[in-house]
Design a protein around this ligand. Structure first.
Ligand code: SF4
Ligand code: SF4
Length: 379
């Protein structure tokens, strides 16, 4: 049985956050046993973008500040960090308001450049990953996902947030290596399990700021901010994600990262094997959540993708010609020349939607689904 703490919190008031974050952690771990003298605590924020936190898809600065204040009751060293695909982490965190908190609270910004290979023979398919060394060499990691819908993975929360352990553009390479939902979901699960092996029991903690969250075509500018008014916490990322899906009124079956975890008995084998602690469950779900279409599990084949699926289109009225979409495109099928708009070779596009994820002005949207796709894919 896995425990998930679920506490109601409907604003970013610092004092209230401190109380409820402390309670959330208290519900799932013995803090006096874990946060002991000299331990390093890595706070892995969700800093997918340098856009202002008010968009609701990066860790809210006040949430981080409150957590740091809770941890300062203990004699630990606090490190904060994440990996952006290509921007410097300092400029990313400056844009989304997190750097200011790091400076105000005088905690350490993680050096993400030095890499470490973490590996294990125990998992499904992918046995080793290059990740930022500082993140996994801490004694304790607190993973701070935002709860979001996602154009490709359908849902993004605790497990998916750890994809950010992978440095820079190597993340995009994984979209080529694991270029269909089954492989990508397996890869995220393998990364999750191997990461977990780096920490002692209960030393990888997931604490989700879902006071504001994202629905629709997330995980960034394509989604719409909404409120869930909840703080989730668990030492099981899989259990936390299941409760999050349920709270949001999303379809667990479409969250292939979660279904692969369940199928392989990662942390739990039954989605109901979860004890929810707190004051909020059953009181809430997004009444009519805007659901992303997500990826179609069967479409592993490029020819079929081209025949049946939407592809990215660039809105020239919004596009800044910044080149971010071309830079991250793992297949180099989105290209840009100086001073021009980006162009896409549709037939080579694997529909990973990384381009839309990094576009700073939401200029990349989905084309209409081809007629055959509308007939065959009923969703
Ligand atoms: S164009 Fe966009 S969706 Fe297509 S492969 Fe490149 S990054 Fe992925
Ligand atoms: S990332 Fe967005 S704004 Fe930048 S070039 Fe691509 S479509 Fe245009």
């Amino acid at each position: 049985m896995q425990k998930v703490s679920l506490i109601k919190q409907d604003n970013y008031n610092l004092d209230e956050l401190i109380i409820n974050i402390r309670q959330s952690l208290y519900n799932i771990v013995n803090m006096d046993e874990i946060f002991t003298e000299g331990k390093t605590v890595m706070l892995k924020v969700n800093a997918v973008s340098n856009m202002n936190y008010e968009h609701g898809y990066t860790t809210h600065p006040m949430f981080l500040k409150a957590l740091i204040k809770v941890l300062k009751d203990y004699p630990v060293k606090i490190i904060v960090g994440d990996n952006h695909p290509f921007n410097s982490i300092k400029s990313t965190l400056k844009g989304n308001g997190i750097l200011k908190i790091i400076e105000e609270e005088n905690v350490t910004l993680a050096d993400n450049h030095e890499l470490k290979e973490i590996s294990s023979e125990n998992y499904l398919q992918y046995k080793s990953f290059n990740v930022s060394k500082t993140f996994v060499e801490a004694d304790i990691m607190i993973n701070l996902p935002k709860l979001k819908t996602h154009s490709f993975t359908y849902f993004s929360c605790a497990q998916k947030n750890l994809f950010g352990l992978i440095y820079g553009l190597e993340k995009a390479n994984w979209h080529v290596i694991a270029n269909n939902p089954k492989d990508f979901g397996t890869m995220i699960n393998d990364l999750y399990c191997i990461t977990k092996e780096q920490f002692k029991e209960n030393h990888l903690i997931h604490l989700c700021d879902s006071i504001e969250c994202l629905q629709g075509d997330g995980p960034t500018t394509g989604g719409n901010k909404t409120k869930m008014n909840a703080i989730f916490a668990s030492t099981s990322g899989v259990a936390l994600d299941i409760v999050g899906l349920k709270m949001a009124g999303l379809d667990l079956e479409k969250s292939f990262i979660t279904t692969i975890a369940l199928k392989n008995n990662i942390e739990l084998s039954n989605k109901d094997d979860i004890e929810v602690i707190g004051n909020y469950f059953e009181q809430y779900s997004l009444e009519e959540p805007e659901k992303p279409l997500g990826a179609i599990k069967l479409l592993n084949n490029q020819f079929m993708k081209n025949l049946l699926l939407e592809h990215p289109i660039v809105d020239k009225d919004k596009c800044l010609k910044c080149g971010a979409c071309a830079k991250i495109c793992p297949k180099h099928t989105m290209k840009i020349k100086a001073g021009e708009y980006p162009k896409l070779k549709v037939n080579q596009c694997i529909r990973c939607w990384c381009c839309s994820e990094v576009c700073p002005v939401s200029a990349i949207s989905k084309s209409k689904r081809p007629l055959l796709g509308k007939i065959i894919i009923k969703e």
